[in-house]
Design a protein around this ligand. Structure first.
Ligand SMILES: Nc1nc2c(ncn2[C@@H]2O[C@H](COP(=O)(O)OP(=O)(O)O)[C@@H](O)[C@H]2O)c(=O)[nH]1
Ligand SMILES: [Mg+2]
Length: 256
């Protein structure tokens, strides 16, 4: 075995993030993490995010470290991530980071994720453990609902250890994503995050959390809504029904 640093690939799904993409790419490379690569997964954003990402990938210093996966049309976060994860595996990533492109997931936490993943298979950047927090502008009701859904409701149903099951700032070990049958992940939006976590848990992978502060985006618009959040809560039961019989014996050993 060589001592080369693991290949870390950050998967960034984008839809109309033209104001953010030119900021997040340099912010990620500025971390100075050796062997860090980026994969932008763009759903043909009408604002030209995909072309902008291509341009960034041609810039000196970025060339060979930034790939863009173009999908034909907007199909939601879940399918974009599944495609992105498959591509990251085929590009030989050892550790896969998933994060929003809008700075709600702050690059400064990536070193914390990378340290924690050494002892686990999945690390979740959590808003609801000690040291974590959400944007100060969130009203009390919104804060309470999100806390309750993630901290009480979802763990109560799934009996899985994550205390921020809908959080989308995560690190995965390659073996864990290989072991999961990604074609069996059907959910979209916030439930996608819950489904991925639950399948990993059922397959016996070790899940850990690190605290993060989650500020609201400064540029661009959110693609989520209160309705999507409510739907997510109802679909947790479906996720349980679909995957509760999975056991570690059903881990896959190699990608198809
Ligand atoms: N490729 C792709 N990215 C998406 C889609 N929907 C949202 N995103 C991206 O996923 C990330 C999170 O979405 P966002 O709208 O910020 O959700 P919020 O943080 O829950 O408000 C952002 O980087 C979005 O650009 C989609 O349909 N396709
Ligand atoms: Mg966001």
């Amino acid at each position: 075995m060589s001592d080369a640093p693991p290949k870390v690939m950050v998967v960034l799904p984008t839809y109309n993030e033209s104001e953010n993409i030119g900021r997040i790419v340099p912010a990620l490379f500025a971390l100075g993490i050796p062997n860090l690569h980026l994969l932008v997964v763009d759903d043909n954003s009408p604002d030209g995010t995909g072309a902008k990402a291509e341009e960034l990938g041609r810039q000196e210093g970025n060339a060979g470290r930034l790939a863009v996966l173009h999908r034909k049309k907007k199909q939601g976060l879940g399918p974009a991530y599944i495609d992105g994860f498959k591509r990251a595996l085929s590009l030989g990533a050892d550790i896969i980071i998933q994060m929003d492109a809008d700075f709600s997931h702050q690059p400064k936490y990536i070193p914390h994720l990378l340290t924690a993943i050494q002892e686990r298979d999945l690390i979740i950047g959590s808003r609801y453990i000690e040291g974590g927090s959400v944007d100060n502008s969130w009203g009390l009701i919104r804060k309470l609902l999100s806390w309750w859904a993630n901290r009480v409701y979802t763990p109560g149903i799934l009996r899985a250890p994550a205390r921020d099951a809908t959080a989308g700032f995560r690190a995965w070990r390659r073996d864990c994503l290989v072991g999961m049958d990604l074609d069996q992940i059907k959910a979209n939006g916030y439930v996608f995050q819950v489904e991925m976590m639950y399948v990993a848990y059922r397959l016996g992978y070790r899940i850990g959390e690190i605290p993060i502060h989650f500020p609201d985006r400064q540029f661009g618009k959110s693609k989520m809504s209160g309705g999507i959040a409510l739907e997510a809560a109802l679909r947790v039961l479906q996720i349980k029904r679909r995957h509760r019989r999975l056991t570690p014996a059903q881990r896959r050993l190699a990608p198809p």
